[in-house]
Write a protein that binds this ligand. Structure first.
Ligand code: CU
Length: 156
């Protein structure tokens, strides 16, 4: 009789264990790893906002470097910012405050292996901001080069 009860509770324990492993694998893990649902218009806006890195940007006396200094773009419209390096030396676009976009990763060319960390002369780099806010940045080798991305709410 006692061994029978023990047998039943062992079976109950095994079932409970299987259920909790199943929950962990099929419910909990996918939920934790899932990226937040973000509207298609934000992930892939219709337009881009262009910032030029002007010739001579590596020289401190060239006060124009990131042009415009403030890139003011609208979420769902042109929240994809494209930097074009028209200078003759490589530059970076590096967040001042460590901003990491939930979809597109760190706002820093140095964190992006696909371009070797730099916007090379004649090349461009794009970064899509998936939330509104102010995102100050600079160039790592030339810290006097400073700019800001401002993504504003879409009221249209
Ligand atoms: Cu630079």
């Amino acid at each position: 009789m006692a061994s029978n009860t023990a047998g039943i509770s062992l079976v109950a324990f095994v079932i409970a264990l299987a259920v909790s492993i199943g929950y962990y694998q099929f419910m909990y893990i996918p939920e934790v790893n899932a990226k937040p649902l973000i509207a298609e218009e934000i992930l892939h806006p219709e337009k881009s906002f262009h910032v030029e890195i002007v010739p001579g940007s590596a020289i401190p006396s060239q006060v124009k470097n990131f042009t415009p200094i403030e890139a003011r773009a609208t979420i769902e419209i042109d929240n994809r910012i494209i930097w074009t390096n028209n200078d003759t030396v490589p530059h970076t676009v590096t967040t001042d405050d460590g901003y990491v976009d939930v979809i597109n990763g760190k706002f820093d060319t140095l964190a992006h292996e696909d371009i070797g960390g730099f916007v090379m002369p004649g090349k461009e780099w794009e970064f899509t901001f998936t939330k509104v806010g102010e995102f100050p940045y600079h160039c790592e080798p030339h810290p006097w080069m400073k700019g800001k991305v401002v993504i504003v709410e879409n009221f249209s």
